[in-house]
Design a protein around this ligand. Structure first.
Ligand code: SF4
Length: 147
């Protein structure tokens, strides 16, 4: 009980993020990377970009789900340790966006894996992405207090 509270508290204080690009136009990706620059400095909130899903708490997904990337996204999701959170960033990841009618597009990320937060926009601003990650970390903290 105490250990699980401690784990949740530490997770709230240090959300490690893995960025998954399923084939976006790079607009959303640039906005994500911007939050880790000195201008926004997400690390001051404990939000850190990591190079492997095995080290991540949160998957930030950009781009729509297509038939070609189904296996890739599923594998990355399975490689992420529990408890894990998924944030769909940008219109393409939320609903398929501008390509949602295409023959090979399934739609948004939630067509394939559970999504915990949606960040709208094409692309969403860096401030919005940072706000969403901070809100997610606050929600994790609230869960800790409920226990
Ligand atoms: S939401 Fe807009 S900016 Fe983001 S990947 Fe799709 S088209 Fe590009």
């Amino acid at each position: 009980m105490l250990l699980s509270k401690l784990k949740s508290w530490s997770r709230k204080k240090s959300l490690w993020v893995f960025h998954v690009n399923t084939g976006s136009c790079n607009g959303c990706d640039i906005e994500i990377l911007d939050i880790f620059t000195p201008r926004y400095d997400a690390e001051r909130f404990g939000i850190k970009l990591v190079g492997s899903p095995r080290h991540a708490d949160v998957l930030c997904v950009t781009g729509a789900i297509t038939r070609k990337n189904i296996d890739k996204v599923k594998t990355i999701y399975d490689q992420t340790p529990n408890p894990k959170y998924v944030v769909a960033i940008g219109a393409c990841a939320v609903s398929g966006g501008i390509v949602r009618e295409a023959y090979n597009v399934l739609g948004g990320v939630d067509k394939l894996i559970p999504v915990d937060a949606y960040v709208y926009g094409c692309p969403p601003s860096s401030e919005t992405i940072l706000f969403a990650l901070k809100e997610l970390s606050n929600k994790i903290g609230e869960k800790t207090n409920e226990r």
